[in-house]
Design a protein around this ligand. Structure first.
Ligand SMILES: [Fe+2]
Ligand SMILES: [Fe+2]
Length: 134
């Protein structure tokens, strides 16, 4: 489960922080569904929701980066593409896997999400806040 710690995870831009918390909620919800033994169809539906919301979120960040000529835009965009690719292949794996493997997959998903926030989103947040975005 992802425990949101504002001091560690907040980027300092309200819209982005709200979206990150929503993403964390969806990831936690998927984990709960797996622990509760909900059927794979509802897990798949949640994963589709995660994928959709992640794409919407990446679009938001990319818009901010372009608007404020962020120096790290190209590599950050690549990071997003990579995450979408991973999500798509995880979705396929999840359908075939048993519940234990699926939970492992979701753990992995949670850690790359936090890793991306720490190493890519927070530096972007510093850049945006220096340009008056809140
Ligand atoms: Fe990002
Ligand atoms: Fe993000």
């Amino acid at each position: 489960m992802i425990t949101w710690d504002p001091d560690t995870h907040n980027v300092g831009v309200r819209e982005i922080d709200d979206q990150h918390q929503r993403l964390a909620e969806i990831i936690n919800r998927i984990e709960q569904a797996l622990s509760a033994g909900e059927n794979m169809e509802s897990v798949e539906a949640l994963l589709d929701l995660l994928l959709q919301y992640a794409e919407f979120h990446f679009f938001t960040e990319e818009h901010y980066m372009r608007q404020h000529a962020y120096q790290g835009e190209a590599s950050h965009r690549e990071g997003h593409h990579h995450l979408v690719d991973q999500l798509l292949s995880l979705r396929q794996d999840l359908v075939k896997q048993d519940k234990a493997d699926a939970r492992h997959t979701i753990d992995f998903l949670g850690s790359w999400f936090l890793d991306h926030i720490l190493h890519m989103d927070r530096p972007m947040g510093i850049w945006l806040r220096a340009r008056g975005v809140k």
